[in-house]
Design a protein around this ligand. Structure first.
Ligand code: NAD
Ligand code: ISE
Length: 335
């Protein structure tokens, strides 16, 4: 079966995903797309080089008879309305992070999916599909370093045109998801510490920040979020266990020694660092969706990430350690 997909939001990542669905991967085709204007969707369809129909709204994409499943890659504040509309239409929906920009919005999605009674929603936390994270998880799960006690993460972008709390909501949200998956744990509190801000960053962004999360199993996780580190795109994670320490494997490159110097290239963009993860994420989603199954991050995972982001935002402004309180998980999301 070939899955016919409608894409809502044809900006940077929307076009990337359209190309991977239509050209790189197997088992899917893109038959519909929309953006804020029909012309923008038409341009994207032309740029990607596929035959698909452009629509003036996301709702029309969801309703289109030939659309089996929906991919939402529009701006974050629009995600909730499109995911809810897809659930109402009974169509599987893959939504880029964040699932919704507030925990309340994510909760409405969780309630709608539970009421629909079948798994329809997957959230775009692609790090769970990254080979390096999967290797690290396999090592931890096989007791490779004993009981994990603490983890130190760094999430560095070369440059990001962010303001206010976006670093927590839009960037650290990946650590919020991947670390509870990696450690099989949940968070209980958050603290955000701001060192002196980089003088290379303008506007109201305080960059970098240090997030400290405590977990239900008593672990401590630190996340250095540096949105304008200048030198490249660098994702790090070191887990300290009772009997050893494990590091997230880094992308391979050719080390060079020349002119009395040794060097190695550093990537500069998330789309290159996680290109394979995006491909695996979507191939698994296509295959599972075609069989009416669910795998991968759920609406519940999207909600947990949003509750964590909200607590971090509060902690940044209060300067205090803020509790992270999750609602009761519906049995629908067990396993
Ligand atoms: P972008 O601004 O390049 O693209 C967003 C597109 O959505 C724009 O073309 C915009 O016109 C369109 N849009 C806005 N409102 C719309 C509406 N009502 N209907 C249809 N289209 C609408 O942004 P982007 O970088 O492509 O990010 C899109 C989403 O993907 C964001 O939620 C972002 O957080 C997420 N993202 C995820 C990753 C990742 O690593 N998983 C990376 C980048 C972006
Ligand atoms: C971007 O939206 C992403 O999701 C990237 O994975 C992340 O590294 C970056 O900080 C975000 O802006």
């Amino acid at each position: 079966m070939t899955l016919s997909i409608g894409v809502i939001g044809t900006g940077a990542i929307g076009k990337e995903h359209m190309h991977r669905l239509a050209v790189t991967l197997k088992g899917a085709r893109v038959v519909a797309a929309s953006d804020v204007s029909i012309e923008q969707a038409e341009t994207a369809i032309r740029d990607v080089g596929i035959e698909a129909r452009a629509y003036a709204s996301g709702e029309e994409v969801i309703q289109a008879e030939d659309v089996d499943a929906v991919v939402v890659t529009s701006w974050g504040p629009t995600h909730e309305q499109f995911v809810l509309a897809a659930i109402t239409a009974g169509k599987p929906v893959f939504c880029e992070k964040p699932l919704a920009t507030t925990a309340e919005g994510c909760m409405r999605i969780v309630e709608a999916e539970v009421a629909a009674g079948r798994p329809l929603v997957q959230v775009g936390f692609m790090r769970r599909f990254d080979a390096a994270y999967r290797q690290l998880k396999a090592l931890l799960d096989s007791d490779g370093i004993g009981r994990p006690l603490l983890a130190k993460c760094a999430h560095r972008n070369a440059q990001a045109n962010f303001s206010g709390d976006m670093g927590l909501i839009d960037s650290c949200v990946h650590e919020f998801d991947v670390m509870r998956w990696l450690l099989d744990d949940d968070y209980v509190s958050a603290q955000v510490i701001q060192p002196v801000a980089s003088s290379l960053v303008s506007g109201d962004l305080q960059d970098p920040s240090l997030v400290i999360l405590r977990t239900r199993k008593g672990r401590v996780i630190t996340i250095e979020s540096f949105l304008n580190c200048q030198y490249g795109y660098d994702i790090r994670c070191e887990v300290v266990g009772e009997r050893g320490v494990a590091d997230l494997p880094q992308p391979t490159s050719v080390p060079v020694r020349r002119n009395a110097q040794a060097s190695e290239p550093v990537m500069t963009h998330w789309k290159d660092r996680f290109i394979d993860a995006f491909n695996v994420e979507f191939q698994e989603w296509i295959d599972a969706t075609a069989q009416g199954k669910r795998q991968g991050p759920t609406a519940w995972d999207g909600l947990v990430a949003a509750v964590t982001s909200d607590a971090c935002v509060k902690a940044r402004h209060s300067g205090q350690i803020e509790p992270i309180k999750l609602p009761e998980r519906p049995a629908f999301y067990n396993n």
